[in-house]
Ligand binder design. Structure first.
Ligand code: ATP
Ligand code: MG
Length: 430
């Protein structure tokens, strides 16, 4: 137990010296056994919250209702929670009643998964009555006790299961998985706050290893977890089955791309619900909390702008527009597929036919890449004697006209056409 910082050991000792039992539990032990860095220390104790407050001079009653006191000791912050059992649940939301106990075994029994129910005493002894270590070794996520009961009691455990399975690349044990499927509807009772907090944890963890196995799409579009996209704003609609094969489609994307799609879907839904674009501030918050770059932020702002324009259009109109915009912006066709997948999910359309239509449309275009355009900025500068931003403007007009088939992709023809435009159109006057 040399991995435990002295300040945490000293918290344990001070509780013991006052005549109570104290152990480290939860994420810290799990992370240690998985060989991860530990960022969050949870202590459990047989002392009642009032008694904990008496032992330490610097405490905050963070979750008094749930028996949790935050203790600040030698600069280390640690949550100290009194041993408790939870009996009465209210619609899968919160335990109604917190009942304290003197028994560590009872406290561990009310915890969600075996990998989270291992306790460590100050002397280095582990107490692991549900064989969490074996599950860690075999990379299995399993409820403590009867899965049906445990997953029906508190719907947040569903989201925690996804988060943990994704983060630690775990297999969800089959009875646990069955119970999750049977109780999936309960996730609709969750409060937004609890749900978003857990979804954000999901979004932050690295689910690259897990995603291809169970399919990131499972999270997004499992028929039983409809619309539970990352950071989903508490929006759950019921859907009987994956009629449009979104799951299968998502499997053609890499895990990182799936994550982007999930984020996009969330942004799009937030936009559709309110008809106001997600504010720059909320995007920046998302960027910061997901640890993404500035470039990521601007890409999403651009995509959202584009999606906003495409969303009200019919398929026959949005496909040519999307193709044109992406060609002009020199985006890859993977980008197009991602945006098409998003549009399909948002508009409830089957996505494979969209991909096909897009490909077919590309083949009808005079150019598929902007580099194939017959004129360059330098040609325009030379032949039309334009300068500065006007060159860019003229080039943009030419690109549009060629892609839309209004002008042949031949240098003299484009230049002639531009000249005529200049004569007719005052916008391009020098
Ligand atoms: P992290 O490392 O992200 O903090 P964690 O598992 O420690 O993960 P916490 O929310 O800090 O997550 O919870 C601490 C412990 O409390 C968990 O390890 C688990 O034993 C228990 N726990 C948390 N949420 C639930 C729940 N919904 N149902 C039952 N037990 C829970
Ligand atoms: Mg924790």
């Amino acid at each position: 137990h040399s991995f435990v910082p002295p300040s945490i050991l000293s918290i344990l000792k001070r509780i013991e010296d006052a005549g109570y039992e104290a152990v480290i539990v939860g994420g810290a032990i799990r992370d240690y056994l998985f060989g991860r860095n530990i960022n969050d220390w949870d202590v459990a104790t047989s002392a009642r919250p009032e008694q904990v407050q008496k032992i330490f001079s610097h405490t905050i009653p963070t979750g008094l209702r749930h028996g949790t006191i935050t203790v600040i000791e030698a600069g280390e912050i640690c949550e100290v929670t009194s041993y408790r059992k939870e009996k009465h649940y209210n619609n899968g939301r919160h335990p109604e009643l917190v009942e304290y106990t003197k028994s560590l075994y009872e406290d561990l029994s009310r915890r969600d998964y075996t990998i989270n129910s291992i306790a460590l005493y100050r002397n280095g002894r582990l107490f692991d009555p549900f064989d969490g270590r074996i599950d860690i070794q075999n990379k299995i996520l399993r409820t403590v006790g009867n899965p049906q009961q445990r997953l029906a009691e508190d719907a947040l455990r569903h989201l925690r299961a996804f988060r943990l399975a994704a983060d630690y690349d775990l297999e969800i044990e089959s009875m646990t998985w069955q119970a999750m499927c049977q109780n999936a509807h309960m996730t609709s009772c969750l409060s937004r706050e609890r749900m978003n907090q857990e979804l954000l944890r999901f979004a932050k963890c690295d689910w690259t290893a897990w995603a291809p196995k169970l399919g990131a799409g499972l999270w997004l579009r499992h028929p039983l977890y409809p619309g539970l996209s990352i950071l989903a704003d508490g929006m759950i609609a019921t859907r009987e089955h994956d009629e449009h094969n979104w799951l299968q489609v998502l499997q053609s994307f890499t895990a990182k791309e799936c994550q982007e799609i999930a984020i996009g879907l969330w942004l799009l839904r937030a936009y559709s619900a309110t008809k106001t674009k997600p504010s720059l501030e909320s995007l920046q918050n998302l960027q910061r909390s997901l640890g993404k770059s500035k470039h990521w932020l601007t890409s999403w702002m651009e995509r959202l702008e584009l999606l906003k324009e495409l969303l009200p259009l019919s398929v026959d109109l949005f496909i040519p527009l999307l193709a044109k915009k992406l060609i002009i912006k020199e985006k890859s066709h993977k980008d197009a597929h991602m945006l098409l997948a998003l549009l399909a999910m948002q508009k409830d359309l089957p996505v494979h036919p969209l991909f096909k239509k897009y490909q077919t449309h590309l083949k009808t275009l005079p150019i598929e890449h902007i580099r194939d355009l017959a004129v360059r900025g330098s040609d325009i500068a030379l032949h039309l004697a334009l300068s500065g931003p006007l060159i860019g403007q003229a080039l943009f007009m030419a690109q549009n006209a060629v892609i839309e088939g209004r002008v042949d992709n031949k240098k003299p023809i484009i230049l002639d056409w531009l000249k005529k435009q200049m004569e007719e159109n005052s916008d391009l006057e020098k």
